[in-house]
Design a protein around this ligand. Structure first.
Ligand code: NAD
Length: 373
């Protein structure tokens, strides 16, 4: 039987608290579903700085490169705010993303019916929403050269300076993220919508042509459509359920994925994944993490919602371990617990109610797994 390797990096603040609940879920899958995990745990962020003087040790980096998947909690906190930029907790996270070359960032926007009232949109527009935004993460305008702020000798330029960033994509960079999106679509609704601004940007024309090339030559079984990114933004708030997988560049993806995430309500509910090139075993290099940060305002109080981290583990089941049915089961267990009215404080809303603790939420999800299995 296959043993799935997993490196857990709880990090700082509420990271260790939410990760403890994922541990319960992993144990349940081992004892009740016969899955076998080789789990190791290590330090990242401020926790690593406290021990090693840097936010990610070389040994931890090497471990991350050798496992099937990394699951990270959160990094950062006020204690580390005044550290030198080079050793700030976030640098640990950035090093993992860079050295593992995680070029495809996956941000699902899924609206559980029980939380439809939490969305800023009408419940009937978002109920049952399940879309996945695939954002190119390692290239584009955030990295392109030339960049900078320069003096400019144009007397007509009041202020006399010019700010420059460069949107640059190679065909190879576009093709590899397009492949990720098509492969993911095959595991979902089999539809991809590619978003760019081919009407006004040459990099957008190349983006569209290369996505079409990959589609025609490798994924013609998947339905492909194109949309200008500004229209995409409108459609996301007008009728988000029309989409299955959206693939887009780094800049548009940054904005569209945040907008889509808020369709679903609380930060404590949002998982993410970052995937790289396939490893020898055919599975992609992968790191999974909740979208939220270390939440220092509630850390250590048992108030954190562990669902974002638990759903990040569900993504690992689906995309790193090819355990789609077990990923579905875990998502259904979360859905059941929410439908039963179990809420951490962040999910209470204006009508109030009684909040359960982080550990109680984890226990309820494990119980729901047992009831559904
Ligand atoms: P945050 O996401 O940590 O918190 C924002 C708000 O949401 C807070 O009020 C917090 O209590 C609440 N919240 C977040 N997650 C929650 C959960 N699971 N359950 C219940 N409530 C939750 O963002 P912030 O306050 O801007 O940043 C705090 C620290 O986290 C900073 O040091 C920042 O740099 C870091 N950060 C890290 C990551 C990461 O590790 N990926 C991401 C964002 C921020």
């Amino acid at each position: 039987m296959t043993t799935y390797s997993l490196l857990i990096l709880p990090g700082d603040g509420i990271g260790p608290e939410v990760m403890a609940e994922v541990r319960k879920v992993i144990s349940w899958f081992e004892t009740s579903r016969g899955l076998k995990f080789d789990v190791s745990e290590d330090l990242v962020g401020g926790a690593a700085y406290d021990v090693h003087g840097k936010p990610l040790s070389d040994a931890t980096m090497a471990k991350a490169q050798s496992v099937d998947a990394v699951l990270l909690g959160a990094v950062g906190g006020p204690k580390y705010d005044n550290l030198d930029f080079s050793v700030k907790p976030e640098r640990g996270l950035l090093r993992l993303r860079k050295e593992m070359d995680l070029f495809a960032n996956l941000r699902p926007a899924q609206c559980f019916d029980a939380l439809a009232d939490f969305s800023s949109l009408k419940p009937e527009v978002v109920a049952g929403l399940d879309i996945l935004i695939v954002r190119e993460l390692t290239s584009g305008i955030y990295f392109g050269q030339p960049r900078g702020i320069q003096d400019d000798n144009d007397p007509a330029n009041e202020g006399g300076r010019v700010g420059i960033n460069t949107q640059r994509y190679t065909s190879g960079e576009i093709r590899r993220v397009a492949r990720s999106a098509f492969e993911l679509a095959r595991k979902r609704g089999n539809r991809v919508c590619s978003m760019e601004k081919a009407n006004v940007m040459e990099s957008g024309i190349l983006w569209r042509e290369e996505v079409e090339w990959v589609h025609k030559n490798e994924f013609s079984d998947v339905e492909l459509s194109h949309m200008y990114a500004d229209n995409g933004a409108m459609q996301l708030v007008r009728n988000p359920r029309q989409f299955d997988v959206i693939v887009t560049d780094n800049l548009f993806g940054d904005i569209l994925s945040d907008a889509a995430a808020m369709l679903t309500g609380s930060l404590g509910m949002l998982p993410s994944a970052s995937l790289g090139a396939p490893m020898e075993n055919g599975r992609p290099k992968a790191m999974y993490e909740p979208v939220h940060g270390s939440a220092p305002d509630i850390a250590g109080q048992g108030k954190a919602n562990p669902i974002a981290c638990i759903l990040s583990f569900a993504m690992a089941l689906r995309y790193s371990y090819d355990e789609g049915a077990n990923a579905d089961l875990l998502e259904k267990a979360v859905e059941k617990v929410l439908a039963d009215g179990v809420r951490t404080g962040d999910l209470l809303g204006p009508q109030g109610g009684t909040a359960v603790s982080t550990a109680e939420m984890g226990d309820k999800i494990v119980q729901a797994l047992g009831a559904l299995a």
